[in-house]
Unconditional design. Sequence first.
Length: 78
Amino acid sequence: MQATLTKNNQITLPEPIRQHLHLQPGDAVEFIVGEQGEIKLLPITSPITQLKGMLPAPKQALTLEAMQEAIAKGAVNS
């Protein structure tokens, strides 16, 4: 896919890209330049539901007390 840069330095993202990223008018995107000069385009207004499954499930569930203890230890160490 390709897009053309206008005289105002703007491009229109091709429809398949907009659909893949679930972009709607008014959504924001972030451009990241990689070490090899490659460009990544990431949506920054994604619904929270897209985050599901990004992290593996914990091996063991923690109790509320264990979580509070970990938070307290972190506060002491910072």
